[in-house]
Design a protein around this ligand. Structure first.
Ligand code: COS
Length: 379
């Protein structure tokens, strides 16, 4: 369990509040959400009542105004309950972060007025041919008078089908490559915005992932975030800032795997004693704990740096990579500890393993993180 040794009283209170919410409102339902592959709107409304969809939005705009460290503490708790649900809440902060980097006060207020009452946003960067090659965007935004007209299709968009507002990356000047990309705020109810196919995913199935289609969507020129051509850098800076808090959710998956394994290993008896008393299993539990502690510290280190105004791409990429790989290893071992029961859907650990896999893929694959890290080493 994430220790509280150095937490402030406020952080401890918030952590316990979210832990209680997770134990009562998320864990009992997570298996059902996983089977249905549906975003649980009722539980989302309860999370909204607690402000959990607004962690990083400043208080002056109606958000919780939490720093990165506190957000990571809470994101871990949510991840312990259900990573899909946690990802949906987190994606709202992903949608908001471009505004926190380059948005005007008016844009932030406009965004907050939409999401604060109980809605989510989505970050629309990825396209079918793009993905890791984030600058390879076919979506265009053409200036016509005092408006931009956006056309294109975004894929694998978390919250795509349930968001009320999107931050959209589109080319304002294709000739300039990544320097021709710009960022926009686009409300869901604008004519021409529609939701395409929903992904039927291996894990994080409570989260909603869809295509989002923009067909001659007119937005006022004041919906441009930052300046024309700033879009790629805004997207990269956003990912630097969101990779650690996203990874906190994966630490929560690891913690849940440990909790389930410890419980099971104390109860399951073979050769006359609980499997926890067999060193082969006890040492696996110890390794799961060591790796989880290391991942948590990398996430918290990245968060504390950001809370001190230091945004380091390598620290964020390293935390993201290590946490994703750790979550995969720890949950795979958890399935092993439970043996045949681990492989069965009667027990929660196979879901944890499926949920963990995405952390090696989204917010930049772990191969891309290694591109970022090695590129910085070799520069
Ligand atoms: N912060 C600020 N600026 C950055 C940056 C960062 N983290 N990373 C790159 N840039 C800038 C570079 O400095 C460069 O600008 P200058 O020419 O003015 O120096 C510009 O952006 C282009 O950088 P680069 O040439 O490195 O871009 P590439 O096209 O080679 O792509 C990677 C770089 C691979 C790192 C990028 O495409 C990436 O992160 N891809 C993964 C995308 C992703 O995470 N997708 C997940 C979906 S969103 S949930």
């Amino acid at each position: 369990m994430a220790n509280q040794y150095l937490f402030t009283d406020e952080q401890k209170d918030l952590q316990l509040m979210v832990r209680d919410f997770v134990n009562k409102e998320i864990i009992p339902h997570a298996a059902e959400w996983d089977v249905k592959g549906e975003f649980p709107q009722d539980t989302f409304r309860k999370a909204c009542d607690m402000g959990l969809h607004l962690m990083g939005i400043p208080e002056e705009f109606g958000g919780m105004g939490l720093d990165q460290t506190t957000s990571c503490i809470l994101r871990e708790e949510l991840g312990r309950g259900d990573a899909g649900f946690a990802v949906s809440l987190g994606a709202n902060m992903l949608g908001y972060t471009p505004l926190s980097i380059a948005g005007t006060k008016e844009q932030i207020k406009h965004f907050a007025d939409i999401v604060v009452p109980g809605a989510v946003s989505a970050f629309c960067l990825t396209e079918a041919q793009g993905g890791s090659d984030a600058g390879n965007s076919k979506t265009t935004a053409v200036k016509v008078g005092d408006e931009y007209v956006i056309n294109g299709v975004k894929t694998f968009i978390t919250n795509g089908g349930i968001a009320s507002v999107y931050t959209v990356f589109a080319m304002t000047d294709k000739e300039k490559g990544v320097k021709g990309m710009s960022a926009f705020l686009v409300e869901r109810d604008r004519p021409g915005v529609s939701v395409g196919a929903e992904e039927n995913k291996m894990g994080i199935r409570a989260s909603n992932t869809t295509e989002v289609v923009f067909e001659d969507v007119h937005v006022p020129a004041d919906h441009l975030i930052g300046k024309e051509g700033d879009g790629f850098k805004i997207a990269m800076k956003t990912l630097d800032r969101t990779r650690p808090s996203g990874s906190a959710t994966a630490v929560g998956i690891c913690q849940r795997a440990i909790d389930e394994c410890v419980k099971y290993a104390k109860e399951r008896v073979v050769f006359g004693k609980p499997i926890a008393k067999h060193q082969a299993v006890a040492f696996m539990l110890a390794d799961m704990e060591i790796q989880t502690q290391a991942a948590r510290q990398m996430v918290m280190h990245a968060a504390r740096l950001m809370d001190n105004g230091i945004y380091d791409s390598v620290v964020a990429a390293a935390a993201k990579t290590f946490t994703g790989d750790t979550a995969m290893k720890v949950t795979t071992d958890a399935v092993q500890v439970l043996g045949g029961f681990g492989y069965s859907r009667e027990y929660p650990v196979e879901k944890l393993m499926r949920d963990a896999k995405i952390y090696q893929i989204f917010e930049g694959t772990n191969q891309i993180q290694r591109v970022v890290i090695s590129g910085n080493l070799l520069r």
